[in-house]
Design a protein around this ligand. Sequence first.
Ligand SMILES: [Zn+2]
Length: 342
Amino acid sequence: MTTPGLARNNQRSQALWFALAVVALAGPLIGLMFFAVTPQRELQFLSAFVPALAAFATMAYLTWQTRLRNIVFGLILAVVLAFLTFGTEQALRYLHFRSISVTGFIQRDGNSLTIDAAERMVDKILEQRTGATGFLGYVRYAMSVGVVVSSSYAPIGPTNQVTGSGVLFYWFADGLIILGGALSGAWWANRRTFCVHCQSYYGRISTGGADMGLKRIGWIARESIDEFTRLINADHLEQAGTLLQNYRMANVGLELRAEYCPSCDTNPVIISAYRVRRFRGSDRNLAFRHTMSADDYHRLTTFAQVISHKWSLEVADEWMLGMGIVVAFLGGILWLYGVIAF
Ligand SMILES: [Zn+2]
């Protein structure tokens, strides 16, 4: 026989492993993306924001999926994710540098040099110039040669050659931007309503413009708005519910969305009503927001035609998909920019 406490502990350790697995997978992937979108030997201020956005999405997704409520643990996960992302990007840059150098040496030598000999030659030259071989030698070399920082946004002007500690500064800035993305992702996701009883997140996700994460429950015709509002305010909820339709009619006036814990009745239900404009489908204006008890919500929906949610995506998945598209779009722009610039 398992006790509830044990089951919860078991769930927690599962969540912990899941979180670690996601970070271990996402870090190198985002790092690879960062490497791919940043043009060679150029550090672009803007490009660090693409992996930062991906880190933001990863941490937000993690927070919801694993019901992460622990600030210290969230902090550690964000730091590990940023470290893996930045580390992968730097490691790839190093490998790329080596492979270019090796090819260069072989070509210069009229193809008589073996790969092993060329590899040794790279290390030898690194050691001569910097006193170190391998990755450390590469870092020192990059610092001495410098990197071109070009960006129309950077405070340093359009294009600049940065050397010495300036290189370290820009690497540090890149790492910080990625860490900032990861941390704000966890923080932002954590602000969502949390059901203590079920240990899960639910409800509205604040995103400046459109509210996400709400369940659409139905529509109210334009002519019925006044009556609906009056009935709600007079607590005639069953009657108000009869005005609710589960299809978007031609004379639609309001769209109703609800947020409630999907698995229990312990939290109040919040209903949001948005004005529907005839010619601006995506533009949603909040008409009113009404908080009611779970019992009152049942009264409202007793005689109502409420949309069933059998086929709707999980909110976290829906949101992840949206972020994925944004990241792919921004990454694509940077990639194109890199292709055109070189
Ligand atoms: Zn609940």
